[in-house]
Structure formats: structure tokens, C-alpha cells
Design a protein around this ligand. Structure first.
Ligand SMILES: [Zn+2]
Length: 197
């Protein structure tokens, strides 16, 4: 048995993380081993904790450690505005910008004929329920400016037509750009200048 097998396994796992390839993974693992007490042990402990506690909010799909997330629980966020995003990373990007005071709905992807993703594979039925039951007055579609993102936005707009005010983020979100990659100022401008659908 190779004396480096455990470490090689760790490198292989780390290399699967977004943004890391084998080379960055090797550097990261070496760094962790050198900073065993300061970094490696606390990281390993925290990964175990999160592996036990992380879950999706049953209401909106946000990731947290409770069945219902803090945003859904907060009375202050019950403004009647619901911001629809594709992914939790987009929700977190909106929260970093700190400009939106309502609640969110995470679809969990986009409609895609090519990949066989239909409305029931996303949280679209749940979105309809929420609009009907939560006193929602405006749905803001903050979907990415990709073909699938826009197809999904049009589908949702059709589904909710006449039930609620529908808006989308202003242009300024780059084509193919994901919210997570935008700076806070751009997100804020795109939300403030949102347009009717
Ligand atoms: Zn939630």
C-alpha cells in the first residue's frame, strides 16, 4: 500500500470542488497539512458538523441548518415581494448586496428541454402555492440571462399571469452572467431598475 494513499485520496476529493483542479488541490492539501492545528483539524471538524446539519429550507430552498430558514422565519421579510432565483448561490449574492428586503424562492435550476428538466423537477409548483398563500404582491424574476434562464422566466410569467405584479431584474446583468459573479453595486442597480414583464 502506498504511504501517500490517504493524502492522494484527499487531493482527489478536493480536486472535485468548483474552482479547484488537481494542481490547486495538491497545493491546498499541502497547505492544510502544514497548518494542521490552525486549519486542517478545525476544517475537518466543521465539515463533519455541516455534513450533519445542512439542509434545504422546506419553504424556499435556501440552504441552512433548520427546516425553515431565517429569511422565511423573519416577520420583517414578509413584505409581499418574492425574488425568484435559480440557485442558492444567487440568493446569497442578493443577500450580500443587502438591497432586497423581501423573501426568496430558489428554483433549483432552469427548465431545459435538452437535459429533460421540466417544471415539476424545479420548485415551480411550490412557487404557485406560495404566491397563492403568502400574500405575495410582486414576484421579481432574478434569473440568469442565459437561454434556459430566460425560457424559465417566460414560463413562470405565463403561469402567474394576472395573479401578481411580475418584474425582472434590469439589463445590466451580463448575458450568460450569473448573479453570483456580479458585484454588489451591479445587483443593487439591477434590482432598483427592475422592469415590468
Ligand atoms: Zn426559506
Amino acid at each position: 500500500m502506498s504511504s501517500t494513499r490517504d493524502i492522494d485520496n484527499l487531493i482527489e476529493l478536493m480536486a472535485k470542488l468548483p474552482g479547484l483542479g488537481p494542481r490547486s488541490a495538491r497545493r491546498a492539501v499541502l497547505h492544510l497539512i502544514r497548518k494542521r492545528a490552525l486549519l486542517l483539524t478545525p476544517l475537518a471538524d466543521q465539515i463533519s458538523v455541516v455534513a450533519e446539519t445542512a439542509r434545504e429550507c422546506l419553504n424556499c430552498g435556501n440552504v441552512g441548518t433548520a427546516d425553515i430558514c431565517d429569511i422565511c422565519e423573519s416577520e420583517k421579510r414578509a413584505t409581499g415581494e418574492l425574488c425568484v432565483v435559480e440557485d442558492v448561490a444567487d440568493l446569497w449574492a442578493m443577500e450580500r448586496a443587502g438591497v432586497f428586503k423581501g423573501r426568496y424562492h430558489v428554483l433549483g435550476g432552469t427548465l431545459s428541454a435538452l437535459d429533460g428538466v421540466g417544471p415539476d423537477d424545479l420548485r415551480i409548483p411550490r412557487l404557485r402555492d406560495r404566491v397563492a398563500s403568502e400574500g405575495i404582491t410582486e414576484v421579481i424574476l432574478a434569473l440568469n440571462a442565459t437561454v434556459d434562464g430566460q425560457t424559465t422566466a417566460h414560463y413562470i410569467a405565463e403561469q402567474l399571469d394576472g395573479q401578481v405584479r411580475l418584474t425582472s431584474l434590469a439589463q445590466g446583468v451580463p448575458i450568460g452572467g450569473e448573479l453570483d459573479y456580479l458585484d454588489d453595486g451591479t445587483i443593487t442597480a439591477a434590482l432598483r431598475a427592475r422592469k415590468e414583464l
